[in-house]
Design a protein around this ligand. Structure first.
Ligand SMILES: C[C@H](O)[C@H](O)[C@H]1CNC2=NC(N)=NC(=O)C2=N1
Length: 98
């Protein structure tokens, strides 16, 4: 998988509404916070995202708190964003139903 350049990233961001481009330790990531009514719903969402990640062998950073889950996707092997990350971001939205 190829590391995407800024122009390609900008173009693909339009395909994943709701996701934000962030840079952490010099590496670009896709980031989004999902809101829930309580902790159990947040946890259940995180588990479902974890399952699709495991199946894809491509894993996110998941921060689970009462009522919210922050999801970040990037490719460790690329030190940035690849096509996979946009695919998984879109699939994450489907898990949530939005
Ligand atoms: C050995 C295993 O297939 C690799 O470490 C996978 C696991 N999950 C991964 N997830 C992410 N986000 N990036 C990777 O480079 C990655 N590599």
């Amino acid at each position: 998988m190829l590391k995407l350049h800024d122009k390609e990233i900008e173009r693909r961001l339009a395909d994943v509404p709701g996701w934000e481009l962030v840079t952490v330790d010099g590496e670009k990531r896709l980031s989004r916070v999902f809101a829930f009514d309580d902790f159990v719903s947040a946890m259940a969402f995180a588990v479902r995202v974890g399952m699709i990640a495991e199946k894809a062998d491509h894993h996110p950073r998941l921060v689970v708190e009462w009522g919210r889950v922050q999801v970040e996707w990037w490719s460790h092997s690329l030190g940035g964003l690849g096509e996979n990350d946009f695919v998984m971001a879109a699939r994450t939205g489907e898990v949530r139903g939005c």
